[in-house]
Design a protein around this ligand. Structure first.
Ligand code: ADP
Length: 674
């Protein structure tokens, strides 16, 4: 007798009573025609929660809302669809549609295969499939489902679910008559400190039945007591426990107590309005009266049970009642009646099997088409998600490639830029060096020209005075000329040597200035004193030409290289004399400008044509003869320019032909001699 299985606690917990709120909300959302993704998600969430809460109280509504989730299948994720399937499959179980429940759960189980993030949901679906398979009598299959779910729950560390599945496994072991294993499981569960409240209530109930089956009636009694202490009066398991109390009492021949217990069990079912469940305690009473040899009452109870079973057309209960009638007939040696009931009992048992088979075939056919459709949907959804994932990974790949290309391009640009800027630098350096080389070669060429020119000047200008001197010395040696004649010749020769000495002085200074390391050595000195010395030196030429020379009195201190300024004054004053005629005048005047002295050498000589002014300071050795046909070299002004500039000054000329010339040069003044 497996009647106790009717009371075994299954894992579903009753939660959320049916209400009309869900329907109202659904109506509103439909009326508003909600379209946005966020609101659609809210709507789907609502469908899911309605489907979940209606599972036990109103399985049809639960299925309706689960199907609603599938209406928006394109918008919903695989997880959402699988969750809807789990609610639907549980609701189908409660409807007694076990075959379809298994099929529905299977769709979810298969579609979530290999997706770790949905492990928990997948294990829940497996458990539902296990429970429904058990209800179909496929206990081995059911056990396989539960063990698979158990290993998933363990792998994700979900202890509550592990406990719950252990309960399912324990119940299945009972159904497989594996009482020892079942006992082990429930004792293990019982030993746990923290356990779900519903499970806690179920443990003593199940242990009581196990101990009864194992013949350990005392322990069964203890568990019954424990269960009755914890269960509410209205719990349908209480009626089942009293039925068990009756069974134990019969075994222990406490027939009065047994009668009381069966009666109490029937009363509870009566109060609950549960007629069909009364069949088993009625059979219990029938057995009890058979033991008391009170055949008529025993027969009545069995007949009463059969009437109820007939009324509800419940074949298993019918089989139980008919079996009891057969046993009574046999006990009374009413063999022909006994045979009739036995044949009826056998037919019912066979039909029970056939019914199961037919039911299964019908369910299978209906479920097949349905599951085909749902599987198709799930497949499409899975494909869609795969495609979306592939799209995302493609986009990610494109992004990575883009980024890599960007980095490479940036690197290339940087490399090229560096290369080009280095090349540019090298080119700049090269062109600078080129310029320098060109400049140097130009300088070399110039200095070579200058050198050639100087040599020709030297060759020409030194030869004249030297041969004059040589001639005079020869005449003196030969005593050809009288002393008077020699004295007459002397000023002429002296004149020649004077200009030669200026020339040599110029050459010497120039050649020194061209040497590496030649330095300007500035010092404080009185410029007027220097001018005065020049006048003394050039006095003979001034007198000879009949030219006046005027210069300021007093002191005028400057800070410059004395030798260089000496050469500048020598050249400028000599030139002025050279290009003046008798009666002309030379005047040196000094003025100040911003801490610099300005020296002006003015003459009333022949002047310089405007066109030749740019040539006279250049390195082109421009020269013209003086008023007394004095020869020149074109070297003097070039040197003046260079030396003035080396002393941080400038030199220029203002001139008009026939009026005279004014040469100006600037010179740094000594700070404390203004
Ligand atoms: P040099 O006097 O040996 O010819 P300079 O370089 O001193 O060389 O002068 C260059 C030329 O400038 C002179 O030949 C002359 O033509 C012109 N010059 C220089 N000073 C005067 C001046 N005071 N008056 C007129 N011409 C001058």
């Amino acid at each position: 007798m497996r009647s106790f299985l009717l009371f075994i606690f299954v894992f579903f917990c009753i939660s959320g009573a049916a209400n009309s709120y869900g329907h109202t909300l659904e109506a509103i959302t439909d009326t508003l025609g909600i379209r946005t993704v966020a609101e659609r998600t809210e709507k789907v969430k609502m469908y899911l929660s309605l489907s979940e809460s209606y599972r036990y109280t109103n399985p049809d509504s639960s299925i309706h809302y689960a199907d609603k989730v599938f209406e928006d299948k394109d918008e919903n994720s695989l997880g959402t669809l699988a969750e809807a399937l789990s609610h639907k499959s549980a609701a189908l179980f409660y409807k007694g549609n076990y075959q379809q429940s298994v099929k529905t759960a299977e769709i979810g189980i298969n579609s979530l295969y290999g997706l770790e993030e949905f492990n928990k949901l997948r294990a829940d679906l497996i458990r539902i499939a296990g429970v429904s398979s058990g209800a179909l009598g496929s206990y081995e299959l059911s056990l396989r489902y539960f063990l698979e779910a158990q290993s998933i729950y363990e792998s994700i560390g979900d202890q509550d679910s592990v406990n719950s599945i252990l309960n399912n496994i324990g119940v299945t072991r009972l159904q497989l008559d594996d009482f020892d294993e079942a006992l082990k499981i429930f004792l293990e569960l019982d030993a746990q400190d923290e356990i779900d409240n519903n499970l806690e209530l179920a443990i003593p109930v199940n242990l009581a039945f196990i101990y009864f089956e194992l013949g350990e009636l005392d322990k069964a009694g203890q568990e019954i007591e424990r269960a009755l202490n914890t269960l509410d009066e209205g719990d349908n398991r209480v009626a089942g426990l009293y039925f068990l109390i009756g069974q134990i009492a019969i075994e222990e021949a406490r027939l009065d107590e047994a009668e009381q217990a069966f009666q109490y069990s029937i009363d509870i079912y009566e109060r609950q309005g549960n007629t069909i469940e009364q069949v088993q305690p009625l059979i219990g009473l029938s057995r009890l009266y058979l033991k008391r040899n009170d055949i008529s009452i025993s027969w009545d109870y069995a007949q009463q049970a059969l009437d109820i079973a007939d009324k509800y057309n419940a074949t298993p209960e019918k089989a139980l009642a008919v079996e009891m009638l057969y046993l009574i007939s046999k006990d009374r040696n009413q063999f022909s009646r006994a045979l009739r009931y036995f044949e009826l009992y056998k037919a019912l048992s066979d039909s029970l099997q056939n019914d199961k088979v037919n039911e299964e075939v019908g369910r299978l056919t209906a479920a097949y088409e349905f599951s085909q459709k749902e599987q198709e949907l799930m497949r499409k959804q899975a494909d869609k998600e795969l495609e979306a994932q592939a799209k995302i990974s493609r986009q990610r790949m494109t992004l990575i490639i883009f980024f890599v290309v960007l980095v490479l391009a940036a690197g290339l640009i940087f490399f090229l830029y560096r290369n080009s800027s280095e090349k540019k630098k090298i080119n700049e350096l090269l062109s600078k060096k080129n310029d320098e080389i060109n400049e140097n070669s130009e300088k070399l060429k110039q200095s070579n020209d200058i050198k050639n020119r100087l040599f020709s000047i030297l060759a020409h200008d030194l030869r004249g005075p030297l041969s004059s001197l040589q001639g005079m010395i020869s005449l003196m040696e030969m005593n050809v000329n009288s002393k008077d004649e020699i004295e007459k010749l002397m000023p002429e020769v002296g004149e020649q040597f004077n200009s030669t000495s200026t020339l040599l002085n110029n050459l010497l200074q120039w050649s020194q200035s061209q040497m590496e390391g030649y330095r300007v050595l500035p010092e404080d000195f009185d410029l007027i004193e220097l001018i005065s010395q020049k006048k003394t030196l050039l006095n003979h030429s001034l007198k000879k030409k009949g030219v006046d020379f005027i210069y300021p009195e007093g002191e005028y201190f400057v800070y410059a290289d004395r030798n260089m300024i000496d050469l500048v004054l020598q050249n400028l004053i000599s030139n002025a004399i050279k290009y003046c005629q008798e009666g002309d005048k030379i005047e040196v005047s000094l003025s100040d400008n911003n801490g610099h002295g300005i020296v002006q050498i003015e003459d009333t000589g022949v002047g310089i044509p405007a066109g030749t002014i740019p040539l006279i300071f250049s390195e082109q050795f421009y020269t013209t003869d003086g008023t007394n046909s004095e020869k020149g070299t074109g070297l003097g002004l070039m040197l003046c320019k260079e030396f003035v500039e080396r002393n941080n000054g400038t030199i220029r000329v203002e001139s008009e032909v026939g009026e005279g010339s004014s040469f100006y040069f600037t010179i740094p003044r000594t700070a404390d001699h203004p």
